[in-house]
Design a protein around this ligand. Structure first.
Ligand code: CAA
Length: 283
């Protein structure tokens, strides 16, 4: 299937980045969110990011304007129903995702490919609640989407090859690189990344090192662009905890036990950059 029109559900950090890269690559993008303010903020953020690229002479004003003209917003989820591809990038709560699919499915075009940007929820289970498990896939972008090269492609048990190939071609058109992952808890990136972050939090919890010494160690000792605690704040500590719980429950191995300090921070509402407080203080 030659995908030209794309719907993005959710105008948060991920939805905003996804809309940005699709519009830039020439797709017509329709973005929706239950919050009109989130939609406005998202479009403003895309415009600001593209403006910065124009200022730095990495993009022309005409390219920037063309990309912006390809983005439309709507408060009505079913406006996405007749598009070629729908990407659900709403909050990482299974019940919310199911509710979105339930509202969309009765209106969804027969050929529309439905995907979720979930970072860890079972694709097979999400697909089983839809009328199109063969045209359903995990389509996992990394944050910040405009910068990160990888997109994980996750097949559910029933995903057909045509759907996989369509999404592989889309990733190529975005100028990004895909990696195929089987549908196991947290797929590949988060299966490896989150236990490392969790271990960094244990390292802090046990007093092996301070926040600064842990992050400096990994930045300068292993050439990571961000230290693990800085990265945890960037991703969101609630997201990190949710993914550790998916690993712990799904793989039933104590090596994935979330660090109690991570749980405590989430309980305190210290979720990282988005709440101005996490392992670092951003106030
Ligand atoms: N949106 C758009 N562009 C952004 C951006 C954003 N949020 N943040 C940075 N950029 C762009 C900048 O404009 C700049 O672009 P140019 O080079 O074209 O001018 C470029 O990225 C580099 O930015 P900076 O110089 O400001 O900052 P930096 O060199 O320190 O890099 C970083 C910032 C790219 C975020 C880098 O620190 C990094 O790669 N960090 C690790 C990020 C990471 O690991 N992400 C994966 C998280 S895991 C995940 O996403 C999966 C999941 O499910 C949880």
């Amino acid at each position: 299937m030659d995908i030209k029109t794309v719907g993005v559900v959710g105008a948060g950090q991920m939805g905003n980045g996804i809309a940005h890269v699709f519009a830039l690559a020439g797709f017509d993008v329709t973005m929706t969110d239950i919050s009109p303010e989130a939609l406005t903020a998202s479009v403003d953020k895309i415009a600001a990011n593209l403006d910065r690229q124009v200022t730095r002479e990495k993009m022309t004003q005409a390219e920037r304007d063309a990309a912006m003209s390809r983005i439309t917003t709507t408060g009505t989820l079913t406006d996405l129903a007749k598009l070629d591809l729908v990407i659900e990038a709403a909050t990482e709560k299974e019940a919310v995702k199911h509710a979105i699919f339930a509202e969309l499915l009765p209106h969804l075009g027969e050929q529309t490919i439905l995907t979720s940007n979930t970072s860890s929820i079972s694709i097979t289970r999400l697909a089983s609640q839809t009328d199109r498990p063969e045209r359903f896939m995990g389509f996992h972008f990394m944050n910040p989407v405009p910068v990160m090269q990888l997109v994980e492609l996750i097949r559910g048990i029933a995903t057909d090859n045509a759907t996989y190939r369509s999404l592989e071609a889309v990733v190529e058109k975005l100028g990004k690189t895909s990696a195929s992952a089987e549908d196991f808890p947290a797929f590949i990136v988060n299966r490896i990344l989150m236990p490392m972050i969790n271990e960094a939090i244990y390292t802090l919890y046990e007093g092996v090192g301070s926040v600064q010494s842990i992050d400096t160690s990994l930045k300068l000792g292993a050439n990571h662009p961000m230290g693990p605690l800085e990265l945890a704040d960037f991703i969101g500590l609630d997201t990190c905890l949710a993914i550790m719980n998916v690993l712990h429950d799904g793989l039933a191995d104590t090596k994935y036990r979330p660090c109690p300090l991570l749980t405590k921070y989430v309980e305190a509402g210290w979720l990282g950059r988005k709440t101005d407080r996490g392992f670092y203080d951003y106030r």
